[in-house]
Design a binder for this molecule. Sequence first.
Ligand SMILES: NC(=O)c1ccc[n+]([C@@H]2O[C@H](COP(=O)([O-])OP(=O)(O)OC[C@H]3O[C@@H](n4cnc5c(N)ncnc54)[C@H](O)[C@@H]3O)[C@@H](O)[C@H]2O)c1
Length: 363
Amino acid sequence: MDRKLRIGIIGCGGIAEAHANRYMQRQREVGDIEVVALCDIIPGKAEEFAKGMGIPNVNFYENHVEMLDKENLDGVSVCTYNREHARCTIDALNRGVNVVCEKPMSVTLDEAVAMCKAEKESGKILSIGFQPRFAPDMQQMKEIVRSGDLGKVYYIQTGGGRRRGIPGDTFIKDSTAGLGAVGDIGCYSLDMVLDALNYPKPLTVTAFMSDYIGTNPDQYEEAADFSVDDFAAAFIRLEGGIIIDFRIAWAMNVDTPGDTVILGTEGGLRIPSDDCWNGDFCGDMTMYKTVNGDNIEYTIDRLPDDQRQSCWIGKIGSFVDAIKTGGPSPIPTSQIIINQAIIDAIVRSAKLGKEVEVVIPEI
Ligand SMILES: NC(=O)c1ccc[n+]([C@@H]2O[C@H](COP(=O)([O-])OP(=O)(O)OC[C@H]3O[C@@H](n4cnc5c(N)ncnc54)[C@H](O)[C@@H]3O)[C@@H](O)[C@H]2O)c1
């Protein structure tokens, strides 16, 4: 493709800055794209964003459909709050525009299914924004699990969170976010371990969710507006006899719910990964093995800091490259729909107070 790819951004809030930064870097360093259009439903917000980010020669919109109809875009970043992911993504795909959509993929499984159908019918690329996949820590962990060194993996404890760290604003309202901690940071912990296992099919989930701290005005200043979860725990059965024991918190009365632990028949891996949204672990991994009858353990060194490139270069770069080569999607919906189906089952199970089946419709 000789001409520059025309890129748009829908939703000019906090995370759109990371998208715009990487597009602008690519525009400067490779010169094969240009950011031509920005959209936000809040009047003036897209203009302010362009000014703040130093994005020149760009058109502004308050309606994403109008932008999609007028701009002849090759690719768009969907950076809205969660409740608008499905609508904006489907509208773009239906108009033949490739999409990188922020995580979580959607709020409900029904929305994720509709997104996958639009992707299939359009023949365009839909990539979901799990940037930690491009981080060296994550890649090293995935290599170890996939190498077979652990034997058959049968139990995983994962999740994480913060003693206090509720984001605020659009993140805490059901009308905009639809999901709290489970959708915001829980999806990362799930992606970390499910991707390492090559996304086995989920079978059942039994879960609990709460909002005790978020709704308590003595503990959280925006409690009056809080209408999502601040904590979730789940017991997830996957095909192949694998269990995920999961817990995630924006706020809890302890510092950490524990490291990610992967147990296999031939070894175990401990991964200090409390808050893994940026792809970094918060310490070295430890491997546990039995060699010639001796129980041994050793540390797996992480790459030095100066060798860690930002995982955002991979996230945006892989999307642009996929548009240029015609795919495949770098972070495919065939995997992430499973992540979303588990989150959907966590919500259903927590509401019903009992175990639920996970059924993912054929696309
Ligand atoms: N990948 C990451 O590391 C990361 C980090 C933070 C947030 N996120 C995700 O990014 C998304 C946005 O988060 P944020 O912090 O930027 O939120 P935000 O509230 O700061 O920004 C969202 C923006 O989208 C706009 N918007 C909503 N619906 C729209 C529509 N239909 N058309 C145009 N604009 C619309 C809102 O007006 C707002 O300005 C969330 O889904 C969040 O989970 C990802």
